[in-house]
Design a protein around this ligand. Structure first.
Ligand code: BEZ
Length: 210
């Protein structure tokens, strides 16, 4: 069975463009994004890797460690990194795993044999400081992901990990959030002295907690 939300993300030790990484030591109590791309020297992957490097300061600001993966060789990663910098305007600034024996790809179900038995699909795992999977996504080779959405999701995950709130459709930082059903009206009045809105008894909104 595939890795599901709430499962412990498996540990591994692997060669990357930034040396050998022990995953649990690398994340070390931080949030992490582990994502796979199908193949080096391919157009969609080149744009995705460049954009993720561009977003690195945003991941850093949220305390998120980023780790990319493909089943290509380390030397190939190094050569391709030059193209990424040249064409996308941002140098690779996070480790890229060379999962040549597909150990991690198999551990994380990144190979979907009915799509391709030789390449990983485009997976994203967001992993919490507790090492549990908080979110996973799978995209096919021909569709580049929206990494701004990955940042948006992390904002929601981090907010709901800290406060008893959920985020509504298309929510963005600064917009109202939903009060968890686990919080009674009495508790909500205490928690939110400036007030909250009851649209239905099960749908109560409040300004985003700081
Ligand atoms: C791409 O990144 O463009 C790509 C990768 C693998 C298969 C097809 C396209």
């Amino acid at each position: 069975m595939s890795l599901q939300i709430g499962d412990i993300a498996p540990d591994f030790t692997v060669q990357t463009t930034e040396g050998e990484i022990h995953f649990y030591d690398y994340i070390d109590g931080h949030w992490a994004v582990l994502f796979s791309h199908p193949k080096n020297f391919t157009p969609v992957c080149t744009t995705e890797l460049g954009y993720t490097a561009f977003l690195k300061p945003q991941f850093d600001a949220r305390g998120v460690k980023v780790l990319g993966l493909s089943v290509d060789k380390l030397e190939s990663h190094g050569d391709w990194a030059k193209d990424i910098e040249e064409t996308q305007g941002t140098a690779l600034n996070f480790p890229l795993i060379a999962d040549t024996d597909r150990k991690i790809a198999l551990l994380y179900d990144m190979i979907h044999p009915n799509a391709s038995d030789s390449m990983t699909v485009r997976t994203v795992f967001v992993i919490g400081p507790d090492k549990r999977v908080k979110l996973s996504m799978n995209y096919p080779a021909a569709t580049g992901r929206n990494f701004d959405e990955v940042i948006r999701v992390i904002d929601s995950l981090q907010l709901s990990a800290k406060h008893q709130v959920a985020t509504p459709v298309n929510w963005k930082v600064g917009e109202d959030v939903i009060i968890s059903g686990a919080v009674s009206d009495e508790a909500a009045k205490e928690k939110y002295p400036a007030g909250f809105k009851t649209i239905k008894p099960y749908l109560r909104t409040v300004a985003q907690p700081k």
